[in-house]
Design a protein around this ligand. Structure first.
Ligand code: NDP
Ligand code: GDR
Length: 361
């Protein structure tokens, strides 16, 4: 039985990957951070009571900023595969916490690679680094592929560029099977609530259910290549199953604007959103109610923006046999459906109290 260690198991990708690896018969170990409130919502359905027999999922307290802790966990687990998914992953937040972002996202990657080396696991443990299309930043070539030069536009992007190159360096210097997945944006119903896609589907669903009036967004013109996290974790696993470690772009090859995302999510909720005004005065009006459901707030603009990203996943298709399975509209509809169900639950509790809600359950 193979053993995998996932950093960032409590995040969106960690949850999908843990599910995939458990299905494949792996023993899965995950690193979670100590928090003052529960932070395991996304993996609670996978939790197994450690007192039972045949347990396949184990959680360890840890942090990418704590080298001795990482060395101890890796020594204990002796993993065949490490998936380094943990990161301060919010681009806008990285402008507020640049040093912490560098510590966890850049030096954190180095700490794991060093742990592999210190423990003499260079020939045993394969390493996956969660690299990102944000490294392309101010794009030098369209579409972006494995050979496109990097030009990061945020402390997050810059930290991830370090993570990318230190992974390449440890592969070349010490023969570690280490690879970078350069993943373009991928979303799902369990996407963090402050990333733009989830903010839109959750916000519009709550407007639909009368729980709020408006959502406030930043740059509506931004263009992204959005896929589904469920598809993308399959590529992460495939990258560690090859004969040779290589780096791969993972993307759909299709691009949409934030404005289009709003439009499609609105349509799925029976709203017809029309745009009025321009710049910070632009509004999205729901034509059926006449209400402004989307407003622009300059606080959501970034000091430096990545205007456009579009990936070329040809290498992944040819060498890994991977391609995105979920269409853009299926992704949006799936997210809207999940958020609408949650909003209906919240609205029922708000309207009729918890007892009525329990009767409906
Ligand atoms: P999330 O933000 O959903 O999850 C991040 C995970 O990292 C969480 O489990 C979080 O813990 C954990 N974490 C954060 N800081 C630390 C730390 N210092 N020590 C240990 N754990 C930490 O991200 P995603 O699942 O969306 O992304 C996974 C990885 O892929 C990230 O590295 C991200 O940068 C990268 N990526 C993501 C893309 C996307 O579109 N989703 C695209 C390309 C790359 P907690 O739950 O406690 O906050
Ligand atoms: P991104 O994702 O920065 O691409 O990073 P995000 O969803 O935060 O932003 C996408 C684009 O939408 C614009 N935008 C807004 N963004 C947020 N968060 N909130 C808003 O209100 C808003 N309005 C407009 C942004 O300016 C941006 O252009 C994600 C993360 O998952 C990274 O970890 C990952 O590496 C990259 O995707 C690939």
């Amino acid at each position: 039985m193979k053993k995998a260690l996932i950093t960032g198991i409590t995040g969106q990708d960690g949850a999908y990957l843990a599910e995939l690896l458990l299905d494949k018969g792996y023993e899965v170990h995950g690193i979670k951070r100590r928090a003052s409130s529960f932070n395991t919502d996304r993996i609670d359905h996978l939790y197994q009571d450690p007192h039972e027999r045949g347990v396949k999922l184990f959680l360890h307290y840890g942090d990418l900023t704590d080298a001795t802790n990482l060395i101890r966990i890796i020594q204990q687990v002796q993993p065949d595969e490490i998936y380094n998914l943990a990161a301060q992953s919010h681009v806008h937040v990285s402008f507020e916490t640049p040093e912490y972002t560098a510590n966890s996202d850049a030096v954190g990657t180095l700490r794991i690679l060093e742990a592999i080396r210190i423990l003499g696991l260079e020939k045993k443990t394969r390493f996956y680094q969660a690299s990102t299309s944000e490294m392309f930043g101010k794009v030098q070539e369209v579409p972006q592929k494995e050979t496109t030069p990097f030009y990061p536009r945020s402390p997050y992007g810059a930290a991830k560029v370090y993570g990318y190159w230190i992974t390449v360096n440890y592969r070349e210097a010490y023969g570690i099977y280490a690879c970078n997945g350069i993943l373009f944006n991928h979303e799902s119903p369990i996407r963090g609530e402050t990333f733009v896609t989830r903010k839109i589907t959750r916000g519009l669903a709550r407007i639909k259910e009368g729980l709020q009036d408006t959502i406030y967004l930043g740059n509506l013109d931004s263009l992204r290549d959005w896929g589904h996290a469920r598809d993308y974790v399959k590529a992460q696993w495939l990258m560690l199953q090859q004969e040779q470690a290589e780096d791969f772009v993972i993307a759909t090859g299709e691009q949409h604007s934030v404005r289009e995302f709003v439009q499609l999510a609105g349509t799925a909720l029976g709203m017809r959103i029309e745009w009025q005004g321009a710049g910070v005065d632009e509004q999205g009006i729901d034509a059926s109610s006449g209400r402004a459901v989307v407003k622009v707030d300059s606080r959501y603009f970034r000091p430096t923006e990545v205007d456009t990203l579009l990936g070329d996943p040809t290498k992944a298709r040819q060498k890994l046999g991977w391609q995105a399975e979920t269409s853009f509209s299926t992704l949006v509809n799936e997210m809207v459906e999940a958020d609408l169900e949650a909003a209906r639950r919240d609205a029922l509790v708000a309207r009729e109290g918890f007892r009525t809600y329990q009767r409906h359950e």
